[in-house]
Ligand binder design. Structure first.
Ligand code: G1P
Length: 320
């Protein structure tokens, strides 16, 4: 994993650009958009079909060869620690029953990577959460994966970003073209071509711009491969939009000196941070599952046909 890209000018001197091994997963948000479900359950633990959202993210990191994952959590996040730990009684009960399928499902999260947890303390923003990882990460490049964005494992975005880091060094952000009316929901990048397909040089970044201030339609989605130089910048990054220390603002400083590239992603991304998108994510992933899909799709077709016929929901029909 993380071998130099064959076309990389650095391919003959791999030691010049250290391989990326560590991932940081900020998970300290309050999840207010999903209250009351998130009153006592971290939003990262909400199930997407039958796995918590954060497990998909850790699986993605592991699939890209990152074997060390640091969760930056806050208060009320014990469930995340428990999920990636052993569950002794449960494992014993399943083993006694010979239920190896469920036993594996219970054991898998702890086997994905070497998982660590630290607390952010004060929720001062994404940039601050990343800065909290400094001691753990040290002087090596690292990945940041935001839990609200799920990337379909068939569209290996992170591996592509690691290749781009190996080729160009510096930091790499994932970009997705979005409709102009959505740009204000994201960090937005000014870009220049590199001559390499799907890879751009990022010349500027602005966090959640008004449509008239947006430099492009390229939105930063929740995957980053960061050079450790970002930590020194974050140390002096002043609170920005929303009074929070923004990762985008620190990356803007690095983009200004030409050390940020972007991978343009056009694959399947699922946004679980928004209620309607969360529902779409669950339905899409359920449809794709070999064990659930066929029966669920048949039901879904019937359900949707019923909606088209009557223009009402099942609940309205049964109440009528
Ligand atoms: C964060 C970042 C933003 C990025 C987004 C991707 O915003 O600050 O730059 O575009 O994640 O999901 P949030 O969605 O946490 O407000």
């Amino acid at each position: 994993m993380n071998a130099p890209h064959p076309s990389s000018p650095l391919a003959s001197t791999p030691a010049a650009v250290p391989a990326v091994r560590k991932a940081v997963v900020p998970a300290a948000g309050l999840g207010t958009r999903f209250l009351p479900a998130t009153k006592a359950t971290p939003k990262e633990m909400l199930p997407v079909v039958d796995k918590p959202a954060i497990q998909y993210v850790v699986e993605e990191a592991a699939a890209a060869g990152l074997d060390d994952v640091l969760m930056v959590t806050g208060r009320h996040k014990r469930a995340i620690e428990d999920h990636f730990d052993h569950a002794f009684e449960l494992e014993q009960a399943l083993a006694a029953k010979g239920d190896t399928v469920r036993l594996d499902a219970v054991r898998d999260p702890a086997r994905l990577a070497d998982i660590h947890h630290i607390r952010q303390g004060d929720p001062l923003g994404l940039g601050h959460a990343v800065l909290c990882a400094r001691n753990h990460v040290g002087d090596q490049p690292f990945a940041v994966l935001l839990g609200d964005d799920l990337i379909d494992p068939r569209d290996a975005l992170l591996s592509r970003m690691l290749e781009v880091r190996e080729r160009y060094a510096g930091s790499v952000v994932a970009l997705m073209e979005v409709p102009p009316e959505q740009v204000h929901l994201y960090g937005c990048a000014a870009v220049e071509p590199t001559g390499q397909d799907g890879v751009v040089r990022v010349t500027g970044l602005v966090e959640k711009p008004a449509p008239e201030d947006a430099p492009s339609r390229y939105a930063v989605i929740g995957r980053y491969v960061l050079d450790p130089a970002v930590f020194d910048v974050l140390e002096h990054t002043a609170p920005g939009r929303g009074g929070e220390i923004q990762l985008t603002d620190a990356l803007q400083e690095l983009a200004a000196v030409g050390t940020v590239h972007g991978v343009v992603f056009s694959g399947r991304r699922y946004d679980t941070g928004d209620k309607a998108d969360y529902l779409r994510t669950v339905v899409r992933l359920a449809c794709d599952r070999a064990d659930l899909g066929p029966e669920f799709v048949a039901w879904l077709k019937e359900f949707v046909a019923g909606l088209a016929d009557t223009g009402t929901t099942g609940r309205e029909r049964s109440a009528a």
